[in-house]
Structure formats: C-alpha cells, structure tokens
Ligand binder design. Structure first.
Ligand code: BGC
Length: 929
C-alpha cells in the first residue's frame, strides 16, 4: 500500500499560499485492499512539535479533510497520514510540509517606487549579514510585474509574478525560500515591468488599467545560525535606476538593451498611498517553464525572410544564444501560421508580439522578462542567413499543474488532436484561463473557461488553478450585485452578464467539486454560485417575473455555423432560449451545491425557482403538440443535455436532432455552447454513431479537419484556416483557442466512458462507447481518488475487449448494452436493454459480444432493398406475428409501405421523411427495431 499525492488545498507543498482552514488530501494505491477503514493525520510545527493529531479515525475523507488547526504566520508545518485498509493492511506516508505566509502580520516593508521618468526600474539594496543564514524567506510583491535577484541569481523559478488579478481588490505577494542565495555580503535587486497592472491591456486603449507607477514592497526574513532574526525591508534606503528592459508590454513584447549603462542610481520614493490592506498571500500557482521544445527547422520564405518553425504552437518565448558584437540588434517577431509560405501576423490585431535584443558584446542565452508570446513561427532579423537551430529553444510558460490524463487510440489523427487539446490548455493556462495567448485579448473570457472546465479537470489537476480564478470572479461579483463580467479579471470592462459566459459562476464551482469531491473547496466557491443565482432571480424579477431570461445582449452559441448571415458571430439558436436554459441550469447547480453543503434554505428557494423556470421554458418553447419551437442542433442538444422538456418528449427530440443532422448533410452547425454537449448527447441518447461521424470527420467542419490542416493546438473557428491554407478572417481568428477542445470531455466521459457519479470519482460510471473506426482506445486518469483506466479494443464485428481499473477507495458502476460477457462474471442487472454491475477497487478484463453491436447500423439505416431482403427483418416479422394478425399481414404491410416509398423514388422523399416512414413501419411491425 502506498500513500501519495499529499496536498493542502490541492497544492503540493505550498509555500506562502492563502491557506485559511486548509484542506488535507491524499491518495492511496494498493493491490490487495479495496478501501480505507480509518486514517490518522498528524501535523507538526517547528522543531517537530505536534500541533494536531486526528487520532485513528473513521471520519477522515482522503478527498478533503479540514482539521481544526489554527495556523500561525510564517510557520513551517510538516504532516503525514497513515491509513488502515479493509484487509487490515496499514501504511504511513512520507512526511511532507506546508508553510504559511505573513497572514495577518503587519508589513514592515514599505511600498517604494522609482523616481518618475524611469521607464522600467531596477530597485536594489546592499546589505551584510554576520554569517550565512540557516533559513531565509523573501515575501515580495512588485507592480506591475517583478523579478527578484539575490547576488545576481533569480529568486525562485517563477515568471510573470505577481500574476494577473484585479489589483484594485487584491495584490498577491509571493514567498521564496532564498536560503541558498544569501551570503555575508549581499545585493537584493528587483526588476520591475508594467504587466497587466500598468501596461495597456484589454479593450481600454493605451491607458494603464490599475495603476500608473511601478512599485515594490518586500521583506526578507533571515534566520542566523545562533537563532537571531534579521529583516531586510523595502524602504527609503533603497536605490533605483533604469533596467536594461527598455520597453515591455504583455501584447507588444519587449526591448532589452544590454548596452544600456544606467544613469547613477537615485533614492526611491515611498508610495504609502498604495497601502497594504490589499496585499494577500498568493493563490496563483507558479508559472514556470514547464516544457521546452526543440525547434524543427529554419525556413527561407518567398518574401526573403528567415523564419524559425518550432513545429508546435506554444505560449512562452524563444530563448536564443545572443553572441553579436556590441550594439548588434536581434529582432524576433512571433506568429502562428505562415501564409503563402511567408511570415504572417495580421490575426494578432494590435498586438505586436516582438522581442528586440541589443548585444553588449558578451554571449548570453536571452529571454524576455515581462511578456509572453503565442506562436509557432518566429521571424528572425539579425541572425544572418543561416542561423543554427541549436542556438534556439522554445520555452513554454504555463501555470504548473500536473497532467492527469493519458490517452492513446487506434487513430493517429485523434491522438494528435488529443495532444492539441492539451497544448491548447497549456497555451491558455498562464495564471488565468484565457481565450487565446497571442492577439490583443488573452483574457479570462468566462464562456470559454466554462465550456472547457470539465475537459481541463480530466486533463490536469486544475483545482487550485480554478480556485484562484473563482476567487477573482467572486471579487468581481461582490461589487456588481452578483453579476459576472465577460472576462475575469474584468480590467474595468463593463457589460451586462451574458448567458453561458456569466453562468461560469455556477458551472465551474460545481464542475471542480464533481472532480475533486472536496466539500471545503465547494464551500469557498459556493459564494460565486449563490451570488450568481441571486443575480439571476433579481434580473427576472426586474424584467417581468416571466421565469425566463429574456433581456440583455448575449454571445450565446458563439461562432456557430448556423448564424443568420456569414459575418455574424452569434449562432442561429435563439439567444433567449439559450439564456433561459442557462438560467435553469445555474439554479439547478446552485441547488445541488446548496444541498451538498446543507444550505437548506437556499436549496429550497432555488428548487422552487428552478421548477418555475422549467415550466416557463416549456410554456414558451414547446409547441402544443410537444415539439421544440427552436429547431437547431444546439437547441435540441441543450434540451436533451439539461432535460428541459418532459421525459415523454425525449424520443421525438432525439429524432428531431437526428433529422437536424440530415438537413445539414450530417455536418455539425454548433458553436461554443452546442459543441460542448453535442457528442455527449449523441452518445447518451442512442446516436453514438453520429458522435463518431462528427468526431472522426476529416473534412470541414470538424476537429480532425484542423489536424489535417496542420493544427498543433485548437482553433477558435471551425474554419479558422480554409482548405487552401488561407486564414478565413483576420478580424477575430486565433489558432490557439481551447473552447472547441471541450470535445475531449466526450472522449474521456463517453468514448472511454468514465464519468463521476459521486464527487471526486469516489464512485464513477464506466460506460464505454467503442467504435470499430477508432479500433482501440486506452484512457488512464489520475483522479482525485486515484488512478482509473478504461481501455477497449474492438475485436470483431460485434465484440470488443475491455480492461478496467478502479482505484483504491472507489466504486464503479459498469454499464453496457445487453451482451454476453466472458472473463469476468459478476452479477449483472438487466434493465431497458442495458446491463449494469457495481465493482470495487481492482483490475478487470472482459470480452464482450453483442447480438447486434451498438456500432452496427440499425435496420432502419439500411437501404430499402436490403431491408426487404434482410433475414433478421423477416425473422422479426415472424416472431412478431402473434401480435399482428398474420405473418402475411405483416409482410403485406411492409411491402405496401416499401412500394409507396419506392413510388416516390424519382422524386425522392427527404431523407428524414423516408426515415420517419421506415421507423413507423418497423415500429408497427416489430415493436422495436
Ligand atoms: C474571445 C472569445 C470570447 C468572445 C466573447 C472573443 O473575442 O476571443 O473567445 O468568448 O470574444 O464574445
């Protein structure tokens, strides 16, 4: 038995994070035992003094346990857990630690700023210590961005600190262990840049969003061998000068002049007006260079340019060896795609994305400090005609989170798409879940974040990442009576809440809870849900109490292909239908969360409202004969996904959805909203073949079309790049937008078939949807409770092999269509054509043979002639005979109807009409097909 992944608030060994009421979690891997019977958590303070001991307890939930543990500021705690399993086995974890920040402790350091006129400052102070310290911590925040150095060495391995949040409300300081960097004579220096705080950003034109002066506050707490403490603080004894960074902006890039010799340093100014009330321990995960990419080639374009191709679109920068003479200038321009073989940047709009470096005659590996780029191609100037590939390295900047999904299928294009979805996430997880990393946006668009959240939770351990985002969101909501801005942080942008975007406040906390099972985390983010539910109810009351959301501007099914006119970004599905659907959905989720947390009054209130909204939706959008009045793919999908219509409408809705695909020649027409649920609904409602048709389609529109066109991330639009290789529109067209990557939720949850039933995957449903076109699929998922696996291989016309792993402490409900199962013989229960069984931790392998494989076309899908000739059909006629008058009667009915269909042959019936007749016929003859 092994205990692993010990975390505090979903962070591994957090140093200086906001940790109030910390939640302890861990995982267990074990061959023999199935679940934990009891556990014991012990926490120790400095000098190993015990500060908490749960005792052996049956009440400790490995997904999140919150001990009554008051924490002290700037304190290093260690902890361990031991677990007793149901077979009597016992194990103890290795010891791990967490350390608090300054908490409520007052700041001794003061805000300091460079003298006015200094563009990008370097502030510094020299100091001596009597001895090398035994421990040292630097608590620091610099505005807009900062990099701290001790004796020339960078403190920590993080970039773009203090990260991106609403600085009007809170400013995060970071804590670094700098023990090893200090000696007796020291220089502490800090470079400052503009970043999100001061530089142009968002849609605000050129002005600084949050502040107009760079600033710094810090405290360096040093413990000496004798136990004495010394604190070096930011104050008016510091000096400031120009740094070599001549210009830096998130969108536009950086200019670094290594030749610059700064004018004599000047005393700094004190900035007491900034105050320390907003200074808060960090929630942001570290942004690090999480991966490096070796460039694939240097190209010489028809326009005479030298362009480096990284072979992969990333977010970050290209590091290079600068070895030019004094004054030599290198310029790097970053782009996503070539056009007609040449470098291209038009889709970046106003973002310049370039880096300039002026050499001082020495050799350096350079990198930018206060910017990042979204790119695959880099136009090189100043590198000569034949630069050496070995002098370049792609560095990926990303919030450092563990990857939790491993997927492999029998289709190389699918495997590449799965990687693209991971790269799409990487490229857009730089502290904030952004829409894109390259053009002049790079903001936390809530709709994109909402639709992608579950996929991200499958792909990575993103709980702490989203906790920070939801904290930002709640801060915005508090000032807006619960309303959620389009982007979080809002960068002061106005706009009334838009459906599916603002609903991130309900969907995301619930999704994170479904994946983590940590109630204490849900309790923190419940604030978002509650404020949002209140806003919705209030909005409705203010606009006529119709129990619908019928007001405001909405993005709705953004970028769907059924828009009223081609230039419109807003899809063809009635925006107020979508808004009302999300009104219901958000209240529904808020109610579920309230129930989970025992917030009974809230739960009751929202339950009532939820029912009222559902009734109103049916009154408004369901015709008297029970059809849906909004006839788009997205509308049918939303209805089925959210259960908006009465259950008796389900068959008709399915048929209508199927028919909608016939009308579109089998192509998807969905945008951000519909696409998120499209294949999930198709697989769950008996149209799995269609889900695969869409997913495996290699022509436009479809996910694999992008792959075939050379995509290495996920595009913003279905037609971002046209079949001839040209960008479809330069107005708004990113090649690294993760929203449509949400299809991976279907791959994991439906194709592999693993989805949570109880939060945190304590219990999960495993219902695979194999398909012979994919042949094999192997999905391993490191969930909150441990490692799952669902792997299938189609082995014959109507059979497949399936291997399942259920982790320690979990339970799985296996669900299959009725079939023969060999190799594994638990008690299966049969209901409605499906068979289910429940299994505990362990590994299971089975061979499944269907009478009719779910991937085989239904009889009604066969051509008419084949239908007549079909043995099975004829056998069915015979077996159904008792319920009909005679076999001949049944055959006659069938023949007559087929004749009628044939008579129309020269003037063919629309396909769906033909299908309707066939369905009616088959149902009449055989009860079911
Ligand atoms: C962003 C989107 C976002 C949308 C909202 C775009 O500019 O890039 O992904 O959700 O605006 O309308």
């Amino acid at each position: 038995m092994k205990i692993y992944d010990l975390q505090i608030n979903h962070l591994t060994r957090p140093l200086g994070f906001m940790l109030n009421n910390p939640s302890f979690s861990y995982k267990v891997a074990c061959d023999g035992a199935k679940r934990q019977v009891s556990a014991r958590i012990c926490v120790f303070g400095p000098d190993s003094v015990p500060v908490y001991d749960s005792g052996e307890s049956g009440q400790i939930d490995s997904l999140g346990f919150t001990p009554p543990l008051p924490l002290r500021p700037r304190t290093h705690y260690t902890w361990k857990v031991s677990v007793t399993a149901d077979n009597g086995e016992r194990a103890e974890s290795a010891e791990t630690w967490f350390e608090t920040g300054k908490m409520e402790e007052a700041w001794q350091g003061q805000w300091i700023a460079p003298q006015p006129g200094i563009v990008n400052a370097r502030l510094f102070k020299c100091f001596s210590l009597p001895q090398r310290p035994v421990s040292a911590r630097l608590y620091i925040c610099g505005l807009g961005l900062y990099e701290a150095y001790i004796n020339g060495e960078k403190a920590g391995d993080e970039y773009l600190t203090p990260y991106c949040n609403d600085y009007d409300r809170w400013m995060q300081y970071q804590t670094y262990d700098v023990t090893d960097l200090l000696s007796t004579e020291n220089e502490l220096s800090v470079m400052l840049g503009d970043g999100w705080y001061k530089g142009r950003f968002g849609f605000q034109g050129q002005k600084a969003v949050y502040g107009d002066r760079q600033a710094l506050i810090c405290e360096l707490h040093v413990r000496l061998p004798g136990g004495q403490e010394q604190v070096i603080i930011s104050d008016d004894s510091w000096l400031g000068e120009e740094s070599q960074v001549r210009f830096a902006n998130i969108y536009d890039g950086e200019v670094y002049d290594a030749t610059l010799v700064p004018a004599p340093a000047q005393p700094v100014c004190l900035l007491p007006q900034l105050g320390t009330a907003r200074l808060t321990e960090r929630l942001s995960l570290p942004v690090r260079v999480t991966h490096t990419v070796i460039p694939s080639e240097i190209l010489h374009t028809p326009a005479g340019e030298t362009v480096l191709d990284l072979g992969q679109e990333i977010s970050g920068y290209l590091s290079f060896r600068a070895a030019g003479e004094y004054g030599h200038t290198y310029k790097l321009e970053y782009g996503e795609i070539l056009q007609d073989g040449c470098f291209y940047q038009d889709n970046l709009r106003s973002a310049k994305q370039e880096y300039t470096y002026v050499c001082d005659g020495n050799e350096y590996w350079t990198r930018p400090h206060f910017t990042f780029f979204g790119f695959r191609y880099v136009r090189l100037t100043g590198f000569g005609d034949n630069p050496d590939l070995k002098d370049f390295l792609g560095c990926v900047l990303c919030s450092d989170i563990a990857q939790t999904a491993i997927l492999d299928t029998g289709n190389a294009l699918v495997n590449r798409f799965a990687q693209n979805a991971v790269w799409g996430q990487r490229g857009n997880f730089i502290d904030v879940p952004t829409d894109c990393p390259q053009r002049d946006e790079r903001m936390g668009w809530t709709g994109d974040a909402q639709v992608f959240c579950a996929t991200a939770m499958y792909q990575t351990d993103a709980a702490a990442f989203y906790t920070k985002f939801l904290y930002d969101m709640a801060a915005e909501q508090r000032d807006r009576a619960g309303a959620v801005p389009h982007v979080v942080p809002s960068f002061h942008m106005a706009g009334s809440p838009a459906c599916a975007w603002a609903d991130a406040a309900a969907v995301m906390p619930w999704t994170v809870y479904r994946f983590t099972g940590d109630l204490s985390l849900l309790r923190r983010t419940y604030a978002n849900m509650r404020m949002w539910a209140e806003w919705l109810c209030h909005m409705d009351d203010q606009t006529g109490s119709h129990r619908l959301w019928q007001a405001g501007a909405h993005f709705a099914d953004w970028l769907a292909l059924d828009a009223a006119y081609p230039e419109s970004c807003i899809g063809g599905t009635d925006i107020y239908f979508i808004a009302s659907a999300y009104y219901y959905y958000s209240l529904h989720l808020a109610r579920l969360a309230a129930e989970a947390l025992g917030e009974n009054d809230d739960a009751k209130r929202w339950h009532t409202r939820e029912d009222e909204v559902l009734t109103a939706i049916r009154r408004e959008y369901r015709t008297p004969s029970g059809r849906l009045a909004v006839r788009t793919q997205t509308a049918y999908v939303l209805c089925l996904y959210l259960g908006l219509m009465p259950p008796e409408d389900t068959p008709a809705l399915k048929e209508a959805l199927d028919r909608a695909f016939e009308e579109s020649r089998g192509e998807l027409r969905t945008g951000f909203v519909g696409t998120a649920y499209l294949c999930r609904v198709l697989s769950r409602f008996g149209l799995n073949n269609r889900a695969y048709d869409l997913f495996l389609r290699e022509k436009y529109p479809g996910w694999l079309y992008e792959v075939k066109m050379g995509a290495t991330t996920v595009w913003e639009r279905w037609n971002s790049v046209l079949p001839d290789g040209h960008m479809s529109d330069t107005g708004m067209n990113s090649l690294n937008h993760y929203a449509y990557g949400a299809i991976m939720e279907w791959v994991f949850g439906d194709a592999a078939g693993l989805s949570p039933v109880k939060a945190g995957f304590r219990s999960a449903r495993l219902t695979p949807h194999p398909d012979p076109r994919l042949k094999t699929l192997d999905f391993a998922y490191e969930s909150a409770v441990g490692r799952w696996r669902s792997a299938w291989q189609v082995t014959g016309e109507n059979s497949f092999d399936w291997q399942v792993t259920v982790p320690f402490g979990a339970e799985a409900e296996l669900v299959l269509p009725e079939a023969e199962v060999a190799g594994f013989a638990p008690e299966w229960e049969y209901t409605d054509g499906a068979m289910t069984c429940t299994v505990g931790a362990g590994e299971y392998a089975m061979h499944i043979t269907f009478k009719r494989a779910p991937w085989q076309p239904l009889l009604i899908d066969l051509p008419l002639s084949a239908l007549m000739e079909n043995d099975e059909m004829r056998a069915l006629i015979r077996s159904c005979a008792p319920s009909l008058e005679t076999v001949q009667g049944a055959e006659k009915l069938l023949t007559m109807s087929l004749r009628k269909l044939r008579a129309n042959h020269n003037n063919p019936l629309p396909v769906w009409e033909q299908k309707r007749l066939e369905t009616a016929l088959c149902t009449k003859c055989f009860g079911k097909v």
